[in-house]
Design a protein around this ligand. Structure first.
Ligand code: ADP
Ligand code: 5GP
Length: 208
């Protein structure tokens, strides 16, 4: 798909800017399913994918995360102000008091450099992105073999307090109820196999 925009340069001549590949790939699942692992792998594998950096109000995970790379870490006031300014494509209070959202400027940033945007968002956010961008978006639900396995992975990641794990586990069944509304359900059992399947799905979509 190619869109052509005309805009005026400082003088008065019009310039044409072609934006190709206005597509997005969305990974959603309950926390701990492996979205981040899969998305990071795909971004390394496909240079024309650009990771959509979400805004959020939760605390940064110590030295593991960087502001402007993993998330834009905002204060609740700043986040609220941006909601009022209609700066988000979608936003959710994913956990009580923890807001996450996709900024319109972020999708535009990625498309303006000719890349396809790839997302790691919660289940409701993934469905909102599909509703907004329709056929431009490919949505993938990452499924784990069992709820017990999900809990083990969350614990094993070592980033969450017991309280945070409980809050995340509380939503799992609710989130799993939406899986059939996604374009693909990707079972993340054996990681190596999952990554290969994910590559295949992405490759097909990029070439469609
Ligand atoms: P999410 O982004 O969905 O919260 P992560 O990508 O952070 O999930 O994965 C949660 C934890 O599970 C991480 O420690 C990750 O290394 C591990 N993990 C991911 N996929 C698998 C898998 N197939 N088998 C075992 N552990 C996995
Ligand atoms: P975490 O705190 O583990 O980084 O993320 C918690 C949850 O928020 C995950 O399910 C993650 O995918 C989701 N999330 C991250 N960014 C966004 C976003 O921009 N919008 C929505 N709706 N969810 C997001």
């Amino acid at each position: 798909m190619i869109l052509t925009f005309e805009f005026k340069l400082r003088g008065s001549k019009k310039a044409k800017l072609e934006i190709k590949n206005q597509k997005l790939i969305v990974f959603s699942a309950p926390s701990g399913s492996g979205k981040t692992t899969i998305v990071k792998h795909l971004v390394k594998k496909f240079p024309n994918l650009g990771f959509s950096i979400s805004a959020c109000t939760r605390d940064k995970r110590g030295r593991i995360e960087e502001n402007g790379k993993d998330y834009y870490f905002l204060t609740p006031d700043d986040f609220r102000h941006r909601i009022e300014n209609h700066e988000f494509v979608e936003w959710e209070e994913v956990y009580e008091g923890a807001f996450y959202g996709t900024l319109k400027s972020e999708v535009e940033r990625i498309w303006s450099i000719g890349k396809v945007a790839i997302f790691d968002v919660d289940v409701k956010g993934g469905l909102s992105l599909k509703e907004y961008y329709k056929e431009k978006a490919l949505t993938i639900f990452v499924k784990v073999p069992s709820v017990e396995e999900l809990k083990d992975r969350l614990k094993g990641r070592g980033t969450e307090s017991d309280d945070s794990i409980s809050r995340r586990m509380f939503k799992v069944k609710f989130e799993m109820g939406f899986q059939d509304q996604f374009d693909y359900i990707l079972l993340n059992d054996d990681l190596e196999k999952t990554l290969l399947t994910a590559e295949k799905i992405v490759d097909e979509f990029l070439n469609s």
